[in-house]
Design a binder for this molecule. Structure first.
Ligand SMILES: [Fe+2]
Length: 314
């Protein structure tokens, strides 16, 4: 079995102007599409030392076990996350043998490491001037690194954060569907997701050809609007991707509204869809905040094992 020890620097597929910035953002494209449609940006991280294999190995040894998720990568597009098979290797072995072990790995919350934290902050500092006029209040910066084998699949799922996936090495095919379409992501799907009942969705065969397709190359980054469903398939080489994410206060409100609707449905009700009535949403949100405030006064806050903030991660 061959062992992967280091990644050769790979040139960006698109030249990035030497402006000193890490990201290449088109202001008009950002303004027209952020949070509504996927769009590409450029970056210059493909040869960054933090994404060399030896540095990633070091990171995997420092991160707590709860911050590393990995499994077999030769799985179908639609699969229950509880049924996803493991690959039988340790995280270190998985990275070293990634070229041949047919695996998918994510290193979560890598901002726990000061160097990755600084890089994340530098990237988000370049995004903030464009995102603030659209969705103000950037907070909870988090970053994830995906290390995946040739041909491996990330199943069809949704994520809770504003996300830019920066392709560092290798290529990926990303299929993304419109998360605003309730025929694609239903109110019940969102209620389940925000109630922490899993992020994987079942892909309706009717929707297999819907949405957008991107073939991401090193030097390119893709914006994923919040809860837009997607699945990802690697190209024929090892892939390394850096996911930079953040939240905004409107997402906390959204989570709270869907959790409230899930509770109403669990009691036998048929709640109005979120967004159908501003007045109703405001009343529901205010009452849930009051209930949460009272509950927090009576009990200790929940601490997530990894980073103190609960996240669905990838
Ligand atoms: Fe994702």
């Amino acid at each position: 079995m061959t062992t992967l020890t280091a990644a050769a620097p790979i040139a960006a597929s698109q030249p990035v102007a030497d402006t000193g910035s890490l990201l290449q953002i088109h202001p008009v494209e950002f303004e027209q599409n952020f949070s509504q449609r996927p769009f590409l940006i450029g970056h210059r991280l493909s040869t960054h030392p933090l994404f060399q294999i030896e540095r990633l190995l070091e990171l995997s040894q420092r991160l707590p076990e709860s911050c590393i998720e990995y499994n077999a990568g030769n799985i179908p597009v639609s699969i229950d996350s509880a049924l996803t098979p493991r690959n039988g290797l340790t995280p270190e072995e998985t990275i070293r043998r990634i070229a041949e072990c047919k695996s998918w790995m994510v290193l979560k919350y890598v901002e726990r490491d000061p160097q990755y934290s600084q890089l994340l902050e530098e990237c988000l500092t370049e995004i903030r001037p464009y995102s603030e006029p659209i969705t103000p209040g950037m907070m909870h910066p988090q970053a994830f690194i995906f290390v995946t084998s040739p041909g491996s699949v990330t199943p069809y799922h949704i994520d809770p954060e504003h996300n830019f996936l920066l392709q560092i090495r290798g290529s990926k095919e990303v299929r993304m569907l419109d998360g605003r379409d309730r025929g694609i992501v239903s109110e019940i799907d969102l209620e389940n997701f925000y109630s922490d009942r899993g992020r994987n969705l079942r892909l309706n065969p009717e929707h297999e050809q819907a949405g957008w397709t991107y073939h991401l190359q090193p030097g390119q980054g893709l914006h994923f609007p919040v809860t837009y469903p997607h699945w990802v398939k690697n190209g024929n080489e090892v892939s390394i991707s850096f996911s930079i994410t953040f939240r905004t206060p409107d997402l906390d409100r959204r989570r709270s509204l869907y959790q409230s609707n899930a509770e109403i449905r669990a009691r036998g009700g048929n709640p109005w869809p979120v967004g159908k009535s501003r007045l109703r949403d405001s009343l529901i949100y205010t009452s849930s905040r009051i209930r949460r405030k009272l509950a927090s006064l009576l009990s200790k806050p929940e601490q997530h094992a990894c980073g103190g903030r609960k996240s669905c991660g990838t």
